[in-house]
Design a binder for this molecule. Structure first.
Ligand code: 13P
Length: 333
């Protein structure tokens, strides 16, 4: 029997697992390679993805991997399509489907994600290629005057139109309104903006009759701005984050996953752990990290084939730690 979107959504937030967001655009992948002084070529980007996806026993720790348009079409070094390699390992292939950001209107400091006009044709192709869930990222910026109501409403409508289209194709939409860590705001401002963003988003999703039982929310944690000079205190972050989610996210939502958002791998792990330690919530909660999972692997690999196996061992260690954090049992050892 073909799994329904509700089944897929539940599998994505299954216990003791999380999601890897390996969906960097070609431009972002070049930045990742530059950060380890490796030539910024598509071949090296492929080598890095190959290293990640051929890691033994990936399905023990990962429920899903989010791919990018370029990678969903690629084969592993062994000749097997990445999507098949992942599916055979028990990992659900997903795909990022927004086409990046444009200004909300000419001269606006806020942005909206584009790609709706070509979405349905791309979804049909991605389904054929093996994708069973999708991600759409919107960006919300906090300053003294932002976000505006207009930007929250515009982004909510785009996310809802995306979610409807994805469910109509039998896949699970992951909606990601990323509230940026950049800025000088307080933890309280972050909590308030996340609450407002998600309240408007879920009102809009309901207006479009999106099935929340077949939808995953990908959200930022409530954090004091990166340039605020405030230390990240896991217990405070956890309390503010869970307060925002409890206020704004309906209980029917299949699950909530966090992005790492520019926190260090250790911060992202500690903060997830503190959130889990607050106890069971009405929705399953896990991670969908990119940078926090990939940075240690990039550093261990540095483009050297001979370091492949040790880099894969680092990846497994990061995954094991992050799964422990998801379970609230991370001890930092
Ligand atoms: P980070 O974990 O690096 O924030 O990436 C998650 C993601 O998918 C952002 O869109």
């Amino acid at each position: 029997m073909v799994p329904t979107p509700q089944d897929i959504a539940q599998a994505l937030v299954a216990p003791h697992k999380g999601i890897l967001a390996a969906d960097e655009s070609a431009t972002t992948m070049r930045k990742r390679l530059a950060s380890i002084s490796v030539a910024e070529t598509p071949e090296n980007g492929h080598r890095f993805r190959d290293l990640l996806f051929t890691t033994p026993n990936l399905g023990t720790h990962l429920s899903g991997v989010i791919l990018y348009d370029e990678t969903i079409r690629q084969n592993a070094s062994t000749g097997i399509p990445f999507t098949k390699l992942l599916a055979d390992a028990g990992v659900i292939p997903g795909i990022k489907v927004d086409l990046g950001l444009v200004p909300l209107y000419t001269g606006s400091l806020e942005e909206v994600s584009r790609g709706l006009d070509t979405l349905d044709a791309r979804l049909a192709e991605y389904y054929e290629l093996g994708a069973r869930f999708t991600k759409w990222r919107s960006v919300i910026r906090i300053t003294d005057t932002l976000p505006t109501e207009a930007s929250l409403v515009a982004n909510a409508h785009v996310l809802a139109q995306y979610a409807v289209a994805v469910q109509a194709r039998g896949m699970v939409p992951m909606v990601e309104p990323e509230v940026l860590f950049d800025g000088t705001h307080t933890l309280e401002q972050s909590r308030e903006v996340i609450t407002r963003t998600l309240t408007i988003l879920f009102d809009t999703l309901k207006a479009y009759q999106v099935d929340l039982r077949a939808l995953i929310l990908k959200t930022s944690m409530a954090l004091p701005g990166k340039e605020s000079g405030t230390a990240l205190v896991p217990a405070d972050i956890a309390a503010a984050t869970v307060a925002a989610l409890t206020q704004a996210v309906p209980a029917e939502v299949a699950g909530i996953v966090f992005l790492s958002g520019g926190q260090t791998p250790e911060q992202a792990t500690q903060n997830l752990n503190a959130i889990a330690q607050l106890g069971t919530q009405v929705w399953p909660i896990t991670f969908s990290y990119s940078r926090a999972l990939e940075e240690p692997v990039l550093q261990a690999w540095k483009g050297d084939d001979a370091a492949g196996e040790s880099a894969q061992a680092v990846f497994i260690k990061s995954l094991t730690d992050t799964v422990s954090a998801r379970n609230g049992t991370y001890t930092g050892e």
